[in-house]
Design a protein around this ligand. Structure first.
Ligand code: NAP
Length: 288
């Protein structure tokens, strides 16, 4: 079993569905884990679980799109714990205001600006031309710069200390955009590109950079559109299941084998710049 031997692992989005489990696993395997996210209470819950299992962690609330805030965290962590050795860029997400409710252009789109003028909020039935551009930009920002900024700051720390490994979060949207999530899909496609770029750049510094592309794993946000209130499948959930040969949604634990492999300097010593799907066969399926 891989052991992280008190090395420092920074996990962004550590209060979330997937990275809380990854943070707990890293701590169980001996890493000193830095929990980063905007909401202190979410991080405290994860910290309590880590402490209860005898692990070591610290809470560093902060917004990963805020360069000064991330730099402050990096300085504090290095001074008190030493340099970051592993960076898990899990912070990310979508925004319903950047999502149309309609899948295709139709006659109603021709009235888009009128409907926006009449509604301070988004219309319940909205096309692409109704969506909020500020929300669109915020989704691009969290999913792209929210990975680039910590990578620059902690990547340099790793290079100065002699090496490290960075893990980014791609998505099924990296390969083909799902309907209704344009900025999320654009930004997750960008993650694969950024992973390749930064892997090439950092190879001489012995910093490996890879990404995992989770399939459909139910989190607080996706529960609303994948499931019905009574725990059944929504229409979109049915579509996903129809395209998933393994016939179930993924669990955070399904990622651990891939995550540990990509962080392990012996098991994946010659692996950098790749994006690995962990998707129950979703990408392999044409759905027909
Ligand atoms: N679940 C899936 O099916 C799935 C599939 C493919 C890819 N992914 C990707 O995997 C990653 C983790 O997903 P998840 O399901 O665990 O999502 P999640 O439960 O929503 O967790 C994401 C975490 O990121 C944090 N976050 C968001 N914006 C942030 C910011 N600006 N600064 C710092 N922290 C921020 C959030 O906490 P705060 O709001 O408190 O900051 C949240 O706890 C994401 O990148 C997601 O896009 C998920």
């Amino acid at each position: 079993m891989i052991a992280y031997e008190e090395k420092v692992a920074v996990v962004t989005g550590a209060g979330g569905t997937l990275c809380s489990v990854i943070a707990e696993d890293l701590a169980r395997k001996g890493a000193k884990v830095v929990l980063v996210g905007r909401t202190r209470e979410k991080l405290e819950k994860v910290a309590a679980a880590i402490a209860a299992a005898g692990g070591v962690c610290r809470i560093e609330p902060g917004d990963v799109t805020d360069e000064a805030a991330v730099a402050d965290i990096a300085v504090r962590v290095e001074a008190e714990w030493g340099p970051c050795r592993f960076l898990i860029n899990g912070a990310g997400g979508n925004n319903v205001k950047a999502m149309p409710t309609r899948l295709r252009f139709c006659e109603k789109d021709l009235c888009a600006s009128a409907s926006l003028r009449e509604n301070n909020d988004l219309p319940a039935d909205r096309g692409f031309f109704d969506i909020d551009m500020e929300a669109f930009k915020s989704v691009l920002e969290i999913n792209t710069l929210g990975t680039v900024i910590p990578s620059r700051i902690f990547g340099l720390q790793m290079a100065k200390a002699g090496g490290g490994a960075i893990l980014n979060f791609a998505s099924m949207n990296t390969y083909r955009p799902l309907t209704r999530v344009a900025p999320y899909a654009m930004s997750k496609a960008a993650i694969a590109s950024w992973t390749m770029f930064f892997a090439q750049y950092m190879a001489p510094a012995k910093v490996r950079v890879n990404a995992v592309a989770p399939g459909f794993m139910v989190n607080e946000r996706s529960r609303a559109y994948l499931m019905t209130p009574d725990g059944g499948l929504s229409a979109r959930g049915e579509q996903v299941m129809h395209h998933t040969p393994m016939g179930r949604f993924g669990e955070a634990e399904d990622l651990l084998g891939c995550v540990n492999w990509l962080l392990d300097d012996s098991a994946s010593a010659f692996v950098t710049g790749i994006t690995v799907p962990v998707d129950g066969g979703f990408l392999a399926s044409a759905g027909v």
